[in-house]
Design a protein around this ligand. Structure first.
Ligand SMILES: CC(C)(COP(=O)(O)OP(=O)(O)OC[C@H]1O[C@@H](n2cnc3c(N)ncnc32)[C@H](O)[C@@H]1OP(=O)(O)O)[C@@H](O)C(=O)NCCC(=O)NCCS
Length: 201
C-alpha cells in the first residue's frame, strides 16, 4: 500500500522518513518513553535508523494484517517547517474489523492536546474510513498519562489483562480499552455528513 497522510485539527500525520532519524533518537532517550513502550533500552542511533528506514515502512508494504501503519505526528515548527512531535500507529487485527492503536509523544510536545488530536484523528480514520468496528488501546498498568488520553478520546477501559506484554524480557500487566463507532461524537469535528473523515492530504 502507498503510505498516506491524515490531517487532524492541529497535527499532520505523515509517514516517517530517514530524515527523522536524529529527532527519533533524541526523543526516545526520554525516561517515560523507555518506561512505558517497547523501545530498546539503551536506545541507540541505529535503533532510530532501523525504525525510520525499515520498521515504520513495513506496515505500508501490505504484508498481512500484523503490520502497523505508522504515522509521524507533525506540528508547525517555529521555522515554519513541520516539527516531529511523536508517532502513532494503527495495527489491524485479524479478521480485519478491529485495530489496535499505539502512540508516543516527545517530552517537549506533551500536555498541549497534540496527542489528543492525533488519537482522535486515527480513531476516526479507522472507524469511518477503514470501517473498523472497534479500536483497541492497551497500556502497561500505571501509565496514567496514556489512560487519561484514551479516556479523553472516548475509549472505555475494560479491565486489566495479566502478563499481557513483555517489556525488556519481563512480563507486565496491561490495561485494555476499546472504542466503537457508537462511542464517537458526531459533532466532534472529526466526522462529516457523508460519513467520512476530512483526513486526506
Ligand atoms: C501518553 C502520552 C502520549 C500522552 O500525551 P499527552 O501530552 O499527555 O497528551 P495530550 O497532548 O493530549 O495532552 C493532554 C494533557 O494536556 C492538557 N491539555 C492542554 N491543552 C489541551 C488541549 N487543547 N486538548 C486536550 N488536552 C489539553 C490536558 O488537560 C491533559 O493533561 P492531563 O493528562 O494532566 O489531564 C505521553 O505522555 C507519552 O508519550 N508518554 C510516554 C510514551 C507512552 O506512554 N506512550 C503510550 C504507551 S500506551
Amino acid at each position: 500500500m502507498e503510505p498516506y497522510s491524515l490531517r487532524g485539527q492541529i497535527c499532520q500525520l505523515t509517514p516517517f522518513s530517514p530524515a527523522d532519524t536524529q529527532r527519533v533518537f533524541d526523543y526516545c532517550q526520554d525516561a517515560e518513553i523507555q518506561r512505558w513502550t517497547r523501545v530498546p533500552v539503551p536506545y541507540r542511533m541505529e535503533d532510530a535508523a532501523v525504525f525510520t528506514t525499515s520498521t515504520a515502512q513495513k506496515g505500508w508494504d501490505g504484508i498481512g494484517f500484523d503490520h502497523a501503519r505508522e504515522w509521524a505526528i507533525r506540528i508547525p515548527g517555529r521555522d515554519g517547517k513541520p516539527y516531529l512531535a511523536g508517532g502513532i500507529a494503527l495495527t489491524p487485527q485479524p479478521p480485519g474489523n478491529s485495530a489496535e492503536v499505539g502512540f508516543l509523544m516527545a517530552a517537549d510536545c506533551r500536555g498541549r492536546g497534540l496527542a489528543t488530536d492525533a488519537l482522535n484523528t486515527v480513531v476516526a480514520h479507522a472507524i469511518y474510513d477503514l470501517s473498523m468496528r472497534r479500536v483497541v488501546w492497551q497500556a502497561i498498568v500505571g501509565n496514567w498519562a496514556s489512560r487519561r488520553l484514551a479516556v479523553r478520546c472516548g475509549f472505555k477501559v475494560e479491565g486489566t489483562i495479566r502478563s499481557q506484554v513483555i517489556i525488556r524480557g519481563q512480563p507486565a500487566d496491561a490495561w485494555i480499552g476499546t472504542i466503537l463507532a457508537e462511542d464517537l461524537a458526531k459533532d466532534d469535528g472529526y466526522w462529516t455528513e457523508d460519513g467520512r473523515v476530512r483526513l486526506w492530504d
